[in-house]
Design a protein. Structure first.
Ligand SMILES: Cc1cc2nc3c(=O)[nH]c(=O)nc-3n(C[C@H](O)[C@H](O)[C@H](O)COP(=O)(O)OP(=O)(O)OC[C@H]3O[C@@H](n4cnc5c(N)ncnc54)[C@H](O)[C@@H]3O)c2cc1C
Length: 276
């Protein structure tokens, strides 16, 4: 079968690789250059975790863990770096512990002192950490390069599904999806800001999330960055934008992120070393 994939983010490249492995003739089309920063998949790291509040997401993440490990074995690349995920909570109900238990995923409760001993973090009085050890980061840029290996990817080629001579077209166009579909999906496009910090040396950087009061929704998130040490973002906090318009980091989000990073981590420098 001739298959075309529109979009070479992580979803399109993973789809292309899976189709090729099943023996199909695959071309992936990407409107921008490799490593471009206009979509969602660029950069050096993303949180990988099994810790979700919904059981179906935990099961999917468990399957994904096996597939990342398989990709590492097939290619000789190290893509996952698992220093653990910490959920900083005020009660166990607020964490994903019940779902993890139901899915047979290892987790531990760390009291405030123990969490601060193991990691360069500060935990507020009255809070504690739920540690999910089989979590951490996926090396995002390495993952894209690894998934693209051996695939026919046509960069700087903007296409519409209707113009492609293929038996099947898979649309993995991220923020641009509604430019390509007859029936629009309920997608809201936002431009998110992330900042990078230099943490104190010596102890491992976990992935760490905090929650909005009385909810399972992430408020702030942080993770290891292979260059600066620490990456921090505010979950779904950016303004709604047109994905075709390039933009800059938001000053108000840089301030919010920096305040949270200073409260949550032991930093070598209090200000962000970079923002994007
Ligand atoms: C700031 C931020 C932090 C995140 N952190 C995490 C995290 O820690 N952990 C996690 O699991 N997830 C995280 N995510 C989510 C994750 O990164 C995304 O779910 C994932 O990258 C989506 O990949 P994608 O391939 O669907 O989209 P994209 O990476 O946006 O890829 C879509 C591609 O389609 C291309 N395209 C669009 N239209 C066309 C066209 N007509 N022709 C050709 N090409 C086209 C685009 O140029 C783009 O490259 C984060 C997302 C953001 C924005």
């Amino acid at each position: 079968m001739k298959a075309a994939v529109v979009g070479a983010g992580v979803m399109g490249l993973a789809t292309g690789r899976a189709l090729k492995h099943r023996g199909h003739d695959v071309v992936v089309y990407e409107q921008f250059e490799p490593g471009h920063k206009r979509g969602s998949s660029h950069g050096r790291s993303r949180i990988f975790r099994l810790a979700y509040a919904e059981e179906e997401y935990v099961r999917l993440a468990q399957e994904a863990l096996g597939l990342w490990r398989q990709l590492e074995t097939e290619t000789g690349e190290t893509l996952l770096e698992l220093n653990g995920l910490l959920e900083i909570v005020r009660s166990l109900d607020q964490s994903t512990a019940a779902t993890l238990e139901a899915c047979g995923v290892e987790w531990h409760r760390l009291d405030r002192e123990e969490a601060e001993r193991r990691y360069p973090i500060r935990v507020a009085e009255g809070s504690f950490a739920v540690l999910q050890p089989e979590a951490g980061i996926v090396r995002a840029d390495k993952a894209l390069a690894t998934l693209a290996r051996g695939l026919d990817v046509r960069y700087e080629t903007r296409v519409h599904p209707d113009e492609l001579a293929a038996d099947v077209v898979v649309v993995t166009a991220g923020s641009w999806v509604n430019e390509l579909l007859d029936d629009p999906l309920p997608v809201k496009v936002t431009r998110e800001t992330v900042c990078y910090f230099r943490p104190e040396n010596g102890r491992p950087i976990p992935s760490l999330v905090s929650f909005k009061p009385d909810s399972h929704t992430h408020d702030m998130y942080s993770l290891a960055d292979p260059v600066h040490g620490l990456k921090v973002g505010a979950h779904h906090a950016g303004p709604e934008v047109d994905p075709n318009e390039p933009g800059e980091p938001e000053a108000r989000l840089i301030e919010q992120i920096a305040n949270w990073a200073r409260e949550t981590y032991r930093l070598a420098e209090p200000e962000p070393v970079a923002a994007e």
